[in-house]
Write a new protein. Structure first.
Length: 450
């Protein structure tokens, strides 16, 4: 019996013809193009059926009352980009080479349009059992680890409409696994450049640590002109582990960006999560820390700076299930032109989570009268021996502050930059990677300059 084997060019052409719209056939075509095992196809198809069954967000939904999807139409996007091969570092675009050069890292992964384009990895990490690989390879090379943790522990496919879409069509992604007592001293770096216009992307970050591990991971997200990005971040943190995670979102101002992230903390573990939102036309981000075990310590820090007509919406949840846990949230945002921000946050303390110590603060600096910031912090306390506080502020830059600085020789943009940077400093001081701090400071300058 003869078997017909299609040439790669024929396979790619078949895939291109099958991705004209979002459907179950599209899901099957994506899985087939990546030669995935049957269990991953079944996972995708189940998620697609959940996506089809779930309603789109409505303006009457509490989560979406202040963020409308006006103008959003899934049919406008190509469902996903066609996969392509890896490149040598000197073949990457100048933009990506610059991003790689900015930070000393233990290992790097670069993705373009859903495909791994470049990877580097220090041999001593592999010898210590650390895994840092693209998620597509992990499905084949580490299937047990993926099946155990991929959208089963932290973020489930049915969490919301967009997570179901992500689970069905995820394309690029990172798997980080750090074994017991292993320490990764330099940061791991993942760069996603969604470079094709009008394409959907679904980047996934899965980080798993065993007891006593330590690691820093930086996700750098770029591009997506006229496109869609539906991302998921899962941090599964073992007992007594130390995790530093940074999500640096600087998509094109025409992109639609939807992110769902959750960290589940083990006993006596320590997390610092820094969320930076510079880009996109509209961002809706759900960010949760789940204090599931006694003694956990979590910091959730955010910076956002919408300009023009950008709309940035963060919704956070600090959920305390176990006693003797600490969580601290600080989100600071500056707004310019006709930009709008929305912050909704809840500290939720469940029965039995005694000795909880939790804080939540959102500050907004309004640089133009036409900008608007909505801030809705909240508490849900079901235990009686806790200390929980929250607060929110929104204020304009005082004219006398600008006058004072300009009278000493600074231009108005320079004066504004100093004030804004000072406002952000409380977060910048807690960013653990110096090169990332410098990068954030440069973006602040860019934003102030208009």
């Amino acid at each position: 019996m003869s078997v017909l084997v299609k040439e790669p060019e024929v396979i790619m052409q078949t895939v291109k013809q099958s991705i004209q719209g979002f459907s179950e056939d599209t899901v099957r075509a994506l899985s087939a193009s990546r030669n995935e095992p049957a269990w991953m196809l079944e996972f995708r198809l189940a998620a697609w059926r959940q996506f089809e069954a779930m309603p789109w967000p409505k303006a009457t939904d509490e989560d979406w009352r202040r963020t409308r999807l006006t103008g959003f139409d899934l049919a406008k996007f190509q469902p996903y980009a066609v996969s392509s091969g890896q490149q040598a570092r000197d073949e990457l675009s100048p933009l990506i080479q610059a991003e790689l050069s900015e930070m000393d890292s233990a290992a790097s992964l670069v993705f373009e349009d859903g495909s791994l384009r470049f990877s580097s990895f220090q041999s001593d990490l592999a010898a210590s059992g650390v895994i840092f690989t693209d998620l597509q390879s992990a499905v084949s090379n580490h299937p047990d680890l993926v099946r155990q943790h991929f959208m089963t522990t932290a973020v489930l496919p049915g969490h919301n409409k967009f997570t179901a879409l992500h689970a069905a069509l995820w394309d690029s992604g990172v798997l980080v696994y750090v074994p017991t007592n292993a320490r990764v001293t330099l940061p791991l770096q993942s760069i996603l450049h969604q470079c094709s216009d009008g394409v959907g992307g679904y980047h996934h970050t899965l980080l798993v640590t065993e007891p006593g591990a330590e690691v820093t991971l930086v996700d750098d997200l770029l591009g997506a002109k006229q496109g869609l990005q539906v991302g998921v971040v899962e941090l599964v943190i073992g007992a007594s582990s130390v995790v530093r995670y940074m999500n640096l979102q600087d998509f094109d101002h025409s992109a639609w960006n939807f992110l769902t992230g959750r960290a589940v903390l083990g006993r006596d573990s320590d997390l610092r999560w820094i969320q930076v939102s510079w880009g996109s036309k509209l961002t809706k981000a759900y960010l949760d820390v789940d204090m599931a075990n006694t003694g956990g310590h979590a910091e959730l820090l955010g910076i956002y700076f919408p300009t023009g007509s950008q709309h940035i919406d963060h919704q956070t949840l600090q959920i305390h299930r176990a006693p003797h846990c600490f969580s601290d949230l600080l989100f600071n945002g500056a707004l310019k032109d006709k930009a709008r921000s929305v912050y909704m946050g809840v500290i939720k303390v469940l029965p039995g989570a005694q000795k909880t110590d939790a804080y939540q603060r959102n500050g907004n600096l309004i640089l133009d009268p036409s900008a608007r910031a909505d801030s809705i912090p909240g508490l849900e306390i079901q235990a009686d021996d806790v200390r929980c506080t929250h607060g929110a502020t929104a204020a304009q830059v005082e004219d006398e502050y600008l006058f004072y600085l300009m009278a000493r020789g600074l231009s108005r943009p320079q004066a504004e930059r100093m004030i804004v940077q000072g406002f952000f400093q409380a977060v910048l001081d807690r960013v653990p990677v110096e090169s990332v701090v410098h990068k954030l400071e440069r973006v602040i300058e860019r934003k102030i300059g208009g």
